[in-house]
Design a binder for this molecule. Structure first.
Ligand code: PRT
Ligand code: ZN
Length: 306
C-alpha cells in the first residue's frame, strides 16, 4: 500500500512539474484495463489523435489541443480534483467510491456494470433486511456503507481489494458486494446476485475551475462526444413504397425532421429516407413492413450533428 501511494505521488509530481501547457486540455484515462480501449476509441472518434502505444505517462494528442494522462482508474478522481488533470474518463463506481471534489458532466455509455450484493446459492434471503448483522466483503466500502445506512441495515463491512468473490467460500464473509457485468464470476463461485445497489458506466468528470481556453476545448470535445453518442443511438433507414402507402409509413418515422421522399424511376413508387432511434428500432421496422414498405435498408450513422 505504502509503495503504491509513493509511486502515485512521484507520478503526480512528474506530471504536474513538467512545463504546464495552459493551452492544452489535460484528459486522464485508464492506462490499461477495461475502460482503456473504449476511452481511446471514443477520443479517436471525436477527432482526438492518439499515437499507438501508451507506455508513457503523458502524451500530446494530434489534431486537438490536449494531453492524455494514462493513470490507474482509482487515481483519476484525485488527479482531476487536485487539478493535475482537467477532466477524466472513469467508472461512476470509482467516482462515487473515491468521493473527491469532482462533478459528472457526461455519461459515456461504455463500461456498463452494476455493483451488487451477492450471496452463496445455498443461502436464500427473503429481503434486504435479512442482511442485518451479516458480514459483507467488498472493495467498495463507501458506497456499500451509504446504501446500508439508507436502508437502515446494520451489517459488518469487510474491506478486501481483490478476488472478493471467494470470501464466502473461505469463511471470510456471509455475502459480497462487487461489480458484475455478465454474471459469470458469480456463477462460477456459486453465488447469486441478490440486490443491485448501483448501476454504473464510464463518465466524464470535471474538477476545478478551468481556464477560459480549457473551457472552450472542453465544450468542443463535449459537442463531439454528444454527436458520436447520438449517432450510435440512431440508424439511418431507407425504404421503397408505393405512393399510396407513404402517408401511413411516415407516421412511424418520427425522426428529427420530416422524412426525405424521393420519387423512384418505377412509376407510382418513392424512396423514403429517415433516422430511427435504436431503442424502438424493431418495433418501427415491423410497423413499416406491415404498412407496405419494401427493400428496407438500415445504415449505421457515423456522426450526428443537429
Ligand atoms: O489497474 P486499474 O486499477 O486501472 O484497473 P482495475 O483492475 O481496478 O479496473 P478494471 O480495469 O478491472 O475495471 C475498470 C472499470 O471497468 C471498473 O471500475 C468499472 O467501472 C468497469 N467494469 C465494467 C468492470 C466490470 N465491468 C467488471 N465486470 N470492472 C470490473 N469487473 C470485474 C468484477 O470486479 C468481477 O471481478 O469483473 C468481474 C465480474 O465480471 P462478470 O462478467 O463475470 O460478471
Ligand atoms: Zn483500479
Amino acid at each position: 500500500m505504502a509503495k503504491i501511494s509513493k509511486e502515485k505521488n512521484q507520478n503526480k509530481k512528474k506530471i504536474a512539474s513538467k512545463e504546464q501547457s495552459t493551452h492544452l486540455l489535460r484528459i486522464a484515462i485508464q492506462k490499461s484495463g477495461r475502460l482503456s480501449e473504449d476511452s481511446i476509441k471514443l477520443l479517436k472518434e471525436c477527432g482526438v489523435g492518439i499515437a499507438n502505444g501508451n507506455n508513457q505517462l503523458k502524451i500530446k494528442t494530434e489534431n486537438f489541443d490536449a494531453e492524455i494522462l494514462f493513470l490507474r482508474d482509482d487515481d483519476i478522481p484525485e488527479y482531476v480534483a487536485d487539478g493535475v488533470a482537467d477532466i477524466g474518463f472513469v467508472g461512476e463506481n470509482v467516482v462515487l467510491e473515491k468521493n473527491k471534489d469532482t462533478q459528472i458532466v457526461e455519461r459515456l455509455g461504455y463500461g456498463r456494470c452494476r455493483l451488487s450484493i451477492a450471496l452463496p446459492k445455498s443461502k436464500k434471503q427473503i429481503n434486504i433486511q435479512s442482511l442485518e448483522g451479516k458480514k459483507i466483503a467488498t472493495s467498495y466500502p463507501v458506497i456499500l456503507k451509504k446504501w446500508l445506512r439508507q436502508n437502515k441495515i446494520n451489517a459488518d463491512i469487510h474491506i478486501i481489494s481483490g478476488s472478493v468473490e471467494i470470501a464466502p467460500r473461505i469463511g471470510l464473509a456471509d455475502a459480497i458486494c462487487d461489480l458484475v457485468s455478465s454474471g459469470s464470476t458469480l456463477f462460477s463461485n456459486e453465488l447469486y446476485e441478490f440486490e443491485t445497489i448501483l448501476k454504473s458506466e464510464a463518465v466524464l468528470i470535471l474538477g476545478k475551475q478551468l481556464t477560459q481556453k480549457r473551457k472552450e476545448l472542453l465544450e468542443k470535445l463535449l459537442f463531439r462526444i454528444r454527436a458520436v453518442k447520438k449517432a450510435k443511438n440512431n440508424k439511418y433507414v431507407l425504404l421503397n413504397a408505393p405512393n399510396n402507402k407513404i402517408k401511413e409509413i411516415t407516421k412511424y418515422l418520427p425522426g428529427l425532421n420530416s422524412p426525405t421522399i424521393v420519387p423512384l424511376a418505377k412509376e407510382g413508387w418513392s424512396s423514403v429516407h429517415s433516422v430511427i432511434s435504436e431503442s424502438d428500432f424493431w418495433n418501427v421496422i415491423e410497423k413499416l413492413k406491415e404498412a407496405g414498405a419494401e427493400g428496407i435498408l438500415i445504415i449505421p450513422i457515423e456522426k450526428m450533428i443537429e
